[in-house]
Each structure stands twice: as structure tokens, then as C-alpha cells.
Design a protein around this ligand. Structure first.
Ligand SMILES: Nc1nc2c(ncn2[C@@H]2O[C@H](COP(=O)(O)OP(=O)(O)O)[C@@H](O)[C@H]2O)c(=O)[nH]1
Ligand SMILES: [Mg+2]
Length: 393
């Protein structure tokens, strides 16, 4: 079978034979040649134009498509079954779960701007690919927030990474994992009997190795009370399930947790954080402000103690009570980032990135997400290093 995908590891064109189109070679001698780009859609008939006249096994205009192989794991995944990480995404209604996931593809594309890592995200099924595409379209092109989630949407994404290794040499290595996460309507966490989604969500959280908990610092006291209610009722049931399955870790829930304090760009969060001295600003690139990683834990404590009410303090206490504090990390996160000036630089005079146009909340400048990818990548690393097998990267 002829592989229609470019394989740079194959010998150059003239070594293969005159009948092959440029960059496309016979694959029988290459064990990797059946590997399709991960998460890609089936080739469409009109792509034949790009290949020109060629062997009859290329996609052709009459609908005879090249047989599609199953999606495979990215380079660096040694055992695709065990390199799946299941992450539960959790947060009160409107805490920013869908926007967080929707901004993931943008965050991944931008990552090499400010680090030596590069992560490429691909969908493992058509729905997951569509979610990624919609995220980019809505946030970066239409500049609007995603619609409220209805029901439950399972997502399966591949993460293909190129990350610096530890040590004296500036080397990168290829790594990867498969993320399974569900975006659910916030109502799914509600603790009433009639809630049909709740058992499924609980089941997924119980089977997850890690959790991303989105903490919305903007909740008014009534919604914060509701959020606490959701959190506590879920935590007690989750604990019961995991306990009954004999899977507690030193008598607490075994999950690694990334707590993201969302909407960091909002002046009601950002301004007090700046004035209290939690924020530092990069002097390079977009000159984005951040809460440094080593301060994020104390920033969250401060947010709960000094800025938010009693419910926020109980959310903090609940997390530290049910999970091992050493397994929790904190991040000040913004899915849409700050408004940037025409030179793409942060300006403290004018950083508000949401405006209301014709009654609709719109994003002013194309998102530069902050701490969207990091909580997930760190979580995956912590799961690997703290799990039954050694951290392999
Ligand atoms: N300023 C700001 N607002 C956000 C951000 N993310 C979400 N929001 C706001 O929060 C609302 C709810 O977000 P959504 O992702 O739908 O929350 P979900 O119910 O947890 O999925 C959005 O419509 C926005 O108004 C963010 O990063 N910054
Ligand atoms: Mg949602």
C-alpha cells in the first residue's frame, strides 16, 4: 500500500524511482510508514489535486479514499494504553471550564514564544477535533466566549511534546500522552437525586488520575455558597467510592490536583493581586504579568483569606482536607489573557480584554492564554512520577 503522507526518514526521491510523486514513497520496507499524522481527518477527495496524476491508490476524485488506519499514539509514547491520562475537570457552573478547554489549542500554538517546549494537540476522534477547531474559531476569530455546555462531552486529545531535558546539555526530547477529559455542564455536579449525569461524572472523577479544579474568584456570595455545596457533596461521594474500592492513598483521595484561579485578567482579580505584590511582569515578548509558580500557593491562600468570603475559605480547606496537600499545585490562570496594545505588548493602563458590544460580551484582542497548558502538563508529569512506574521522560 502506498503511504500518501510525507516521511522525511525515507530516502530522497531519486533513490526511490521515477514514478513516485515528490515526498511520497513506497512504504513496504518501513515499519513506521503506516503511521498517519495523529488525529488527522480522513483525506478528502479534493486533496488529489495537490498530488497531481499519480498511482491509482492515491485519494481520487471518485470517492475512492486511501484506507484510514486507526489513530495511533504520538512519538514518545511507549505503551499507548498506559500513557492515557484521565483528567477530571471540575468547577462550579460558569467558573470557566469550557473556555479553559477551548483556549488549550491556542495556548499550545503559542507556547514556544516563551519556553523551549512545544506541544501539538490533536483530536483522537471527530468530536474532539471539532472542539479544538471551534475553540480557535470562537476565541481568536469571532472573539467570543463559547456557549454554555449542554450535557456531557467526552474529549480525547493527543499531546505531542518536544521538551527540554534536565541536565547540562540544551537537548530536547520527544514525549507524548493521550488526554481524556470531559466537559460537563456545571449542573452535573448538583447533588440532587434527579441528576442523571452525576453518577457518570462521579465515575469519571473516581477513575481519573488527576483533577483540574477551576476556582472562580469572582463568584458572589450566593454562587460561592452554591459552588461550595457542589464541591463538598462531590468530594464526600468521591471519597466514599474510592474508599470502597480500596484505592485511597494514605487515607486520602489519591488524585494529583491542579487548582486554577481563573479569570486572572479580570481587574477585580488582577488589580488587588498587583497591589498586594503577588504579580511580576516579564520584560520580554508580550511583557505579560504572572503570579510566579512558587508563590501561587500563597496567592490562593491570600485570595481565600483576604479577598473572598467564608465559602472560598471552605473550598480551600475542603481541597486540603480530602487530597494530600503535597499533591496540589496552584496557578493563576486566564483563558483569554490580557488586552494587548497594537504592538502586542501588555499596558497596565488598558488591559481589560472583555467589552460588551450589543449586549454580548466580546474578547477585545486575540487571546494569549496564561497558565492554561502548564497545569495540565505539570499534572501529567506528577502523575507519571508519582505513579506505579517511574517518570520516563
Ligand atoms: N475575564 C474572563 N472571563 C472568563 C474567562 N473564562 C471564562 N470567562 C467568563 O465566564 C463565563 C463562563 O465561562 P464557561 O467557560 O462557559 O464556564 P463553565 O460553565 O465552567 O464551562 C464566560 O462566558 C465568560 O464570561 C477568562 O479567562 N477571563
Ligand atoms: Mg461549560
Amino acid at each position: 500500500m502506498t503511504d500518501p503522507y510525507y516521511d522525511p526518514n525515507e530516502p530522497p526521491e531519486d533513490a526511490v524511482g521515477p514514478s513516485e510523486p515528490p515526498g511520497h514513497t513506497a512504504s513496504s520496507s518501513d515499519p513506521d510508514a503506516t503511521t498517519a499524522p495523529w488525529g488527522s481527518l480522513p483525506p478528502q477527495p479534493d486533496t488529489t489535486a495537490a498530488y497531481g496524476p499519480g498511482p491509482s491508490s492515491y485519494p481520487s476524485a471518485d470517492g475512492h479514499l486511501e484506507p484510514l488506519p486507526i489513530p495511533v499514539a504520538p512519538t514518545g509514547v511507549e505503551n499507548p494504553a498506559s500513557d492515557r491520562v484521565r483528567i477530571g475537570l471540575w468547577g462550579a457552573p460558569r467558573s470557566g471550564k469550557t473556555t479553559y478547554l477551548a483556549s488549550m489549542a491556542i495556548a499550545a500554538m503559542q507556547q514556544q514564544r516563551h519556553s523551549r517546549s512545544n506541544w501539538v494537540i490533536g483530536g483522537m476522534n471527530p468530536e474532539s477535533i471539532e472542539f479544538l477547531n471551534d475553540g480557535v474559531t470562537q476565541l481568536a476569530i469571532q472573539r467570543r466566549f463559547p456557549d454554555a455546555t449542554v450535557g456531557l462531552q467526552p474529549l480525547s486529545w493527543s499531546f505531542q511534546g518536544d521538551e527540554p531535558t534536565a541536565g547540562p546539555f540544551r537537548r530536547n526530547r520527544e514525549t507524548g500522552f493521550i488526554l481524556e477529559v470531559q466537559d460537563v455542564t456545571g449542573e452535573a455536579f448538583r447533588g440532587d437525586e434527579a441528576n442523571a449525569l452525576r453518577p457518570r461524572v462521579l465515575d469519571q472523577l473516581a477513575r481519573s488520575q488527576g483533577l483540574i479544579y477551576l476556582f472562580d474568584p469572582l463568584l458572589d456570595s450566593q454562587r460561592a455558597g452554591e459552588g461550595l455545596n457542589f464541591l463538598y457533596s462531590m468530594l464526600t461521594e468521591l471519597n466514599a467510592r474510592v474508599r470502597d474500592a480500596g484505592k485511597l492513598h494514605r487515607n486520602r483521595l489519591p488524585h494529583h490536583v491542579s487548582v486554577c484561579i481563573t479569570k486572572f485578567d479580570n481587574p477585580e482579580v488582577f488589580r488587588p493581586a498587583v497591589e498586594a505584590g503577588w504579580v511580576t511582569q516579564s520584560q520580554e515578548g508580550n511583557r505579560l504579568p504572572r503570579v510566579p509558580g512558587h508563590q501561587a500557593d500563597r496567592f490562593f491562600q491570600w485570595m481565600c483569606d483576604d479577598v473572598r468570603g467564608a465559602s472560598a475559605r471552605l473550598v480551600r480547606d475542603g481541597l486540603a482536607n480530602f487530597f494530600h496537600p503535597t499533591r496540589i499545585s496552584y496557578y493563576a490562570t486566564s483563558a483569554i489573557g490580557f488586552r494587548l496594545n497594537p504592538q502586542n505588548v501588555f499596558d497596565y493602563r488598558n488591559y481589560l480584554n472583555v467589552e460588551v458590544v450589543d449586549g454580548v460580551r466580546r474578547i477585545c484582542t486575540s487571546p494569549v492564554p496564561i497558565n492554561v497548558l502548564e497545569p495540565l502538563i505539570d499534572l501529567e508529569k506528577r502523575i507519571r512520577s508519582g505513579g506505579s512506574k517511574l517518570w520516563q521522560r
